[in-house]
Ligand binder design. Structure first.
Ligand code: E4P
Length: 218
Protein backbone atom coordinates (compact mmCIF):
# COMPACT_ATOMS: atom_id res chain seq x y z
CA UNK A 1 0.00 0.00 0.00
CA UNK A 2 1.28 3.44 -0.94
CA UNK A 3 1.30 6.38 1.48
CA UNK A 4 0.33 9.85 0.32
CA UNK A 5 0.80 12.78 2.68
CA UNK A 6 -2.48 14.64 3.17
CA UNK A 7 -1.20 18.18 3.55
CA UNK A 8 -0.12 21.35 1.76
CA UNK A 9 2.57 22.04 4.39
CA UNK A 10 5.98 22.16 2.74
CA UNK A 11 7.98 21.39 5.91
CA UNK A 12 5.96 18.26 6.57
CA UNK A 13 6.31 17.15 2.95
CA UNK A 14 10.08 17.73 3.12
CA UNK A 15 10.33 15.75 6.38
CA UNK A 16 8.31 12.81 5.06
CA UNK A 17 10.19 12.79 1.75
CA UNK A 18 13.53 12.75 3.61
CA UNK A 19 12.32 9.83 5.75
CA UNK A 20 11.49 8.02 2.51
CA UNK A 21 7.99 7.11 3.63
CA UNK A 22 5.74 8.81 1.09
CA UNK A 23 4.71 8.06 -2.47
CA UNK A 24 2.81 11.26 -3.16
CA UNK A 25 0.75 14.12 -1.72
CA UNK A 26 -2.92 15.02 -1.65
CA UNK A 27 -4.21 18.51 -1.01
CA UNK A 28 -7.63 20.12 -0.93
CA UNK A 29 -8.79 23.75 -0.76
CA UNK A 30 -9.11 23.57 3.03
CA UNK A 31 -5.52 22.32 3.41
CA UNK A 32 -4.28 25.10 1.09
CA UNK A 33 -6.23 27.69 3.11
CA UNK A 34 -4.69 26.30 6.32
CA UNK A 35 -1.25 27.18 4.92
CA UNK A 36 -2.48 30.69 4.07
CA UNK A 37 -2.03 30.18 0.32
CA UNK A 38 -4.40 32.50 -1.55
CA UNK A 39 -4.68 33.91 -5.08
CA UNK A 40 -4.36 31.87 -8.28
CA UNK A 41 -0.69 32.61 -8.92
CA UNK A 42 0.38 31.69 -5.38
CA UNK A 43 -1.74 28.57 -5.42
CA UNK A 44 -0.21 27.36 -8.70
CA UNK A 45 3.31 28.20 -7.47
CA UNK A 46 2.65 26.26 -4.27
CA UNK A 47 1.56 23.15 -6.18
CA UNK A 48 4.74 23.40 -8.25
CA UNK A 49 6.84 23.62 -5.08
CA UNK A 50 5.14 20.50 -3.73
CA UNK A 51 5.88 18.63 -6.98
CA UNK A 52 9.54 19.65 -6.77
CA UNK A 53 9.76 18.29 -3.21
CA UNK A 54 8.08 14.91 -3.60
CA UNK A 55 8.67 11.90 -5.85
CA UNK A 56 5.15 10.89 -6.82
CA UNK A 57 1.67 12.06 -7.64
CA UNK A 58 0.37 15.36 -6.26
CA UNK A 59 -3.39 15.87 -6.20
CA UNK A 60 -4.48 19.46 -6.81
CA UNK A 61 -8.19 20.18 -6.51
CA UNK A 62 -10.31 22.33 -8.82
CA UNK A 63 -12.63 24.87 -7.25
CA UNK A 64 -15.03 25.16 -10.20
CA UNK A 65 -18.23 23.16 -10.03
CA UNK A 66 -19.26 23.47 -13.70
CA UNK A 67 -17.92 21.34 -16.58
CA UNK A 68 -16.19 24.13 -18.51
CA UNK A 69 -14.59 25.59 -15.41
CA UNK A 70 -13.31 22.20 -14.25
CA UNK A 71 -11.81 21.46 -17.67
CA UNK A 72 -10.07 24.81 -17.92
CA UNK A 73 -8.74 24.57 -14.33
CA UNK A 74 -7.79 20.93 -14.81
CA UNK A 75 -5.82 21.64 -17.97
CA UNK A 76 -4.02 24.53 -16.28
CA UNK A 77 -3.15 22.43 -13.22
CA UNK A 78 -1.97 19.46 -15.30
CA UNK A 79 0.26 21.73 -17.41
CA UNK A 80 2.09 22.82 -14.24
CA UNK A 81 3.92 19.52 -13.73
CA UNK A 82 3.74 15.92 -14.90
CA UNK A 83 3.17 14.74 -11.30
CA UNK A 84 -0.10 16.67 -10.98
CA UNK A 85 -3.31 14.67 -10.69
CA UNK A 86 -6.42 16.83 -11.00
CA UNK A 87 -8.81 16.37 -8.10
CA UNK A 88 -12.47 16.59 -9.13
CA UNK A 89 -15.58 16.38 -6.92
CA UNK A 90 -18.01 13.52 -7.57
CA UNK A 91 -20.85 15.58 -9.06
CA UNK A 92 -22.48 15.18 -12.50
CA UNK A 93 -20.29 17.80 -14.21
CA UNK A 94 -17.29 16.33 -12.44
CA UNK A 95 -17.90 12.88 -13.93
CA UNK A 96 -18.19 14.48 -17.37
CA UNK A 97 -14.96 16.39 -16.77
CA UNK A 98 -13.12 13.22 -15.65
CA UNK A 99 -14.15 11.55 -18.90
CA UNK A 100 -12.81 14.39 -21.07
CA UNK A 101 -9.63 14.92 -19.05
CA UNK A 102 -8.95 11.18 -19.30
CA UNK A 103 -9.31 11.42 -23.10
CA UNK A 104 -6.78 14.27 -23.04
CA UNK A 105 -4.36 12.08 -21.08
CA UNK A 106 -4.82 14.06 -17.84
CA UNK A 107 -5.00 11.97 -14.66
CA UNK A 108 -7.74 12.59 -12.12
CA UNK A 109 -8.59 11.85 -8.50
CA UNK A 110 -12.34 11.84 -7.88
CA UNK A 111 -12.96 13.19 -4.40
CA UNK A 112 -15.70 13.40 -1.76
CA UNK A 113 -16.71 9.77 -2.31
CA UNK A 114 -19.09 8.45 0.34
CA UNK A 115 -20.66 5.43 -1.34
CA UNK A 116 -19.85 2.70 -3.86
CA UNK A 117 -22.19 4.09 -6.53
CA UNK A 118 -20.23 7.35 -6.67
CA UNK A 119 -16.95 5.44 -6.95
CA UNK A 120 -18.35 3.22 -9.69
CA UNK A 121 -19.36 6.20 -11.85
CA UNK A 122 -15.97 7.85 -11.34
CA UNK A 123 -14.16 4.64 -12.28
CA UNK A 124 -16.34 4.15 -15.37
CA UNK A 125 -15.55 7.71 -16.46
CA UNK A 126 -11.84 6.88 -16.28
CA UNK A 127 -10.69 8.36 -12.97
CA UNK A 128 -7.12 7.36 -12.10
CA UNK A 129 -8.01 7.45 -8.40
CA UNK A 130 -11.12 7.60 -6.23
CA UNK A 131 -10.96 9.04 -2.72
CA UNK A 132 -13.47 7.55 -0.27
CA UNK A 133 -13.50 9.59 2.97
CA UNK A 134 -13.53 7.07 5.80
CA UNK A 135 -13.12 9.40 8.79
CA UNK A 136 -16.02 11.62 7.76
CA UNK A 137 -18.25 8.53 7.45
CA UNK A 138 -17.18 7.41 10.94
CA UNK A 139 -18.01 10.95 12.14
CA UNK A 140 -21.67 10.48 11.17
CA UNK A 141 -21.96 7.03 12.73
CA UNK A 142 -21.28 4.88 9.64
CA UNK A 143 -18.30 2.54 9.39
CA UNK A 144 -15.97 4.12 6.81
CA UNK A 145 -13.98 0.91 6.51
CA UNK A 146 -17.05 -0.91 5.16
CA UNK A 147 -16.82 1.31 2.09
CA UNK A 148 -13.14 0.48 1.55
CA UNK A 149 -13.89 -3.28 1.70
CA UNK A 150 -16.81 -2.83 -0.69
CA UNK A 151 -14.76 -0.83 -3.21
CA UNK A 152 -11.78 -3.21 -3.15
CA UNK A 153 -14.18 -6.09 -3.82
CA UNK A 154 -16.07 -4.35 -6.66
CA UNK A 155 -12.95 -2.98 -8.40
CA UNK A 156 -11.32 -6.43 -8.30
CA UNK A 157 -14.46 -8.16 -9.52
CA UNK A 158 -14.80 -5.90 -12.57
CA UNK A 159 -11.10 -5.29 -13.23
CA UNK A 160 -11.14 -1.50 -12.82
CA UNK A 161 -7.68 0.05 -13.00
CA UNK A 162 -8.78 3.01 -10.88
CA UNK A 163 -6.80 3.08 -7.63
CA UNK A 164 -8.50 3.47 -4.26
CA UNK A 165 -7.10 6.19 -2.02
CA UNK A 166 -8.43 5.78 1.51
CA UNK A 167 -8.81 9.42 2.59
CA UNK A 168 -9.93 11.28 5.69
CA UNK A 169 -7.82 8.97 7.84
CA UNK A 170 -7.97 9.75 11.54
CA UNK A 171 -5.70 7.22 13.27
CA UNK A 172 -3.17 4.41 12.90
CA UNK A 173 -5.89 1.76 13.22
CA UNK A 174 -7.47 3.14 10.05
CA UNK A 175 -4.11 2.73 8.27
CA UNK A 176 -3.70 -0.89 9.36
CA UNK A 177 -7.30 -1.71 8.46
CA UNK A 178 -6.80 -0.15 5.00
CA UNK A 179 -3.72 -2.34 4.49
CA UNK A 180 -5.71 -5.44 5.43
CA UNK A 181 -8.58 -4.41 3.19
CA UNK A 182 -6.31 -3.96 0.16
CA UNK A 183 -6.62 -0.21 -0.44
CA UNK A 184 -4.06 0.95 -3.02
CA UNK A 185 -3.16 4.12 -1.13
CA UNK A 186 -3.78 5.70 2.27
CA UNK A 187 -3.51 9.46 2.41
CA UNK A 188 -2.75 10.64 5.93
CA UNK A 189 -1.41 13.48 8.04
CA UNK A 190 2.30 13.08 8.89
CA UNK A 191 1.57 12.58 12.61
CA UNK A 192 -0.67 9.61 11.81
CA UNK A 193 1.97 7.93 9.65
CA UNK A 194 4.74 8.47 12.18
CA UNK A 195 2.33 7.27 14.87
CA UNK A 196 2.88 3.80 13.41
CA UNK A 197 6.35 3.89 14.97
CA UNK A 198 5.07 4.28 18.53
CA UNK A 199 5.18 1.35 20.91
CA UNK A 200 5.86 1.59 24.67
CA UNK A 201 8.03 -1.55 24.58
CA UNK A 202 10.22 0.03 21.89
CA UNK A 203 10.65 3.14 24.04
CA UNK A 204 11.42 1.26 27.29
CA UNK A 205 13.58 -1.32 25.46
CA UNK A 206 15.73 1.38 23.90
CA UNK A 207 16.06 3.22 27.20
CA UNK A 208 17.30 0.03 28.89
CA UNK A 209 19.79 -0.76 26.10
CA UNK A 210 21.29 2.72 26.39
CA UNK A 211 21.37 2.58 30.21
CA UNK A 212 23.20 -0.78 30.16
CA UNK A 213 25.70 0.55 27.64
CA UNK A 214 26.36 3.67 29.74
CA UNK A 215 26.79 1.60 32.94
CA UNK A 216 29.42 -0.64 31.35
CA UNK A 217 31.27 2.14 29.55
CA UNK A 218 31.70 4.77 32.26
C1 E4P B 1 -7.90 13.93 0.85
O1 E4P B 1 -7.93 13.67 -0.33
C2 E4P B 1 -9.06 14.49 1.55
O2 E4P B 1 -9.34 15.76 1.07
C3 E4P B 1 -8.78 14.51 3.04
O3 E4P B 1 -8.25 13.26 3.42
C4 E4P B 1 -10.00 14.87 3.86
O4 E4P B 1 -9.67 14.70 5.22
P1 E4P B 1 -10.56 15.29 6.41
O5 E4P B 1 -11.85 14.57 6.43
O6 E4P B 1 -9.73 15.05 7.62
O7 E4P B 1 -10.73 16.76 6.11
Amino acid sequence: MKFFLDTANLDQIRTAQEMGIIDGVTTNPSLMAKEGITGEENILAHYKQICDLVDGDVSAEVISTDFKGMISEGEKLAALHQQIVVKIPVIADGIKAIKLLDKEGIRTNCTLIFNAGQALLAAKAGASYVSPFIGRLDDIGQDGMDLIHQLVHIFELYGFETEIIAASIRNTTHILQCMEAGADVATCPLSTITGLLNHPLTATGLEKFLEDHQRMNR
